[in-house]
Design a protein around this ligand. Structure first.
Ligand SMILES: C[S@@+](CC[C@H](N)C(=O)[O-])C[C@H]1O[C@@H](n2cnc3c(N)ncnc32)[C@H](O)[C@@H]1O
Length: 427
């Protein structure tokens, strides 16, 4: 029987390659002592899936015949352990993968012998296996959607070589960033310079689970923190967070504007309930409403000094943290861009005079950010760009005189997730 960690990895790979679904957030998994093995193995299989499959194919009797997913998963997991996880014994890497091949739900029993033979042969020279896998082209590990996302990240000027460097950088599993909510910075966390409250795990320090559970802090990527470090002198008393769950940015807004009245919207009932609970645990006074933000804004009759739309998006900027992104279909982009525009139009109508609207997505794709910005400039002459971020956080061409209204940190020099956002104020 394979260990819980390996079963978790196999289930996750079936979810991605069988169902086209996403892997749950790896930082939240509770897999006991084997959590590190599960994270490392899942990351390796997802990040090197194309090369692992390409290595297997010529060794099959009939390479052009389809191979069941259960076999591909068992082989990929076994090979990844043999090639890149030296702490795993030959015995564990081979036998547990053979057991997986024999599993009724996760394997394909008729291929148990094939999995056994291929892995035993590979285990005879693990260094040679690693070298053969590394020699295959890294581009096998991504599809056209990823090439497009990388190109968009580096636009407008990029050469092929830079795209490969960015891809290589995104293959390194990220370390999580944290945001201090209250109290002292716990041991093992180090402040990030120039970003107040932003912390990073020191090399080798344990994951600060107890501190997170006590609401002393939260996991929050540094891009989100930099986005919410906008400059704003004008008083902010009424805030709307239009797409709020799981509540990271709502929390940061509440910390930044302690006297303000905050309304947080979330369309999905379960996520809204969870959001309410999280904010209560953190001791924050926020009104949570479960609603479609565009519909709610159209009828709410209120106006706001600050509206944040942290819109649902393709998530292309989260490729480093979610390596399965490279293998997903991404066929709902038209629906997402339509929703993003609907949210923007509805929010623009609810800005108080002088009010600030911040729109953001964790995506590099121009149609999810830059294109909306241009559309809004045409459609809403009553809104003007608000330069609220340091120019260094913007796309170089838009830097202006020290501040920018277009947030798009450069993917080669910025360690946070890929993000783009813009800010406008109402005249
Ligand atoms: C990018 S996430 C927001 C992350 C959040 N701001 C944070 O920092 O923790 C987008 C959220 O918007 C929600 N959402 C999607 N469509 C929505 C809509 N029409 N109205 C309100 N919320 C929506 C999603 O369920 C998801 O929870």
């Amino acid at each position: 029987m394979p260990t819980a960690a390996r079963l978790h990895v196999a289930h996750a790979l079936h979810e991605v390659f069988g169902e086209g679904g996403r892997v749950p957030d790896i930082w939240d998994r509770d897999l006991g002592d084997d959590a590190h093995l599960a994270q490392a193995l899942l990351g390796l299989c997802l990040r090197r899936w194309g090369r692992l499959q390409a290595w297997v194919k010529p060794k099959l009797k009939d390479p052009d015949r389809g191979v069941p997913l259960g076999t591909r998963v068992s082989l990929a997991m076994g090979l990844a352990q043999l090639a890149w996880l030296p702490g795993v014994t030959d015995h564990a890497a081979v036998n547990e993968s053979v057991d997986l091949a024999a599993d009724r739900d996760l394997g394909f029993l008729p291929h148990k012998g094939l999995v056994n033979a291929l892995l035993r042969r590979a285990a005879k020279d693990r260094a040679a296996l690693a070298a053969e896998l590394e020699a295959l082209p890294p581009s096998l590990d991504r599809g056209p959607a990823t090439d497009r996302a990388l190109g968009a990240a580096l636009a407008p000027h990029h050469a092929g070589a830079e795209l490969e460097s960015l891809w290589a950088r995104l293959q390194v599993p990220p370390r999580p960033d944290f945001r201090l909510i209250r109290g002292e910075v716990p041991e093992g966390l180090v402040p990030i310079p120039d970003l107040s409250g932003c912390l990073r795990l020191a090399e080798g320090a344990p994951f600060p689970r107890l501190w997170l559970e006590s609401s002393g802090g939260m996991v929050q990527d540094r891009s989100s923190q930099a986005l919410l470090a906008y400059r704003r002198e004008a008083p902010v008393t009424r805030i709307l967070d239009a797409c709020a769950a799981p509540g990271g940015k709502t929390t940061t807004l509440a910390l930044r504007h302690p006297g303000a009245t905050i309304t947080a919207l979330e369309v999905h009932p379960r996520r809204a309930a969870r959001l309410r609970q999280t904010l209560q645990q953190r001791g924050l006074q926020v009104q949570v409403i479960q609603a479609d933000a565009a519909e709610w804004l159209e009828v709410c009759g209120a106006s706001f000094d600050l509206i944040l739309i942290d819109a649902p998006c393709s998530g292309s900027g989260t490729l480093q943290k979610h390596p399965e992104w490279a293998w997903l279909k991404h066929d709902d982009l038209p629906r997402l861009t339509g929703l993003q525009r609907r949210l923007l139009a509805a929010a623009a109508d609810r800005l108080a005079p002088g009010g600030l609207l911040i729109y953001a997505v964790c995506s590099w794709l121009p149609e999810e950010g830059a294109a909306h910005r241009e559309w809004l400039a045409q459609a809403r002459p009553d809104l003007r760009p608000a330069e609220v971020w340091p120019a260094a956080m913007g796309a170089a061409s838009d830097a202006g005189d020290g501040l920018t209204s277009y947030f798009r940190p450069h993917p080669m020099s910025w360690e946070g997730e890929g993000f783009q956002g813009f800010a406008v104020v109402r005249e």
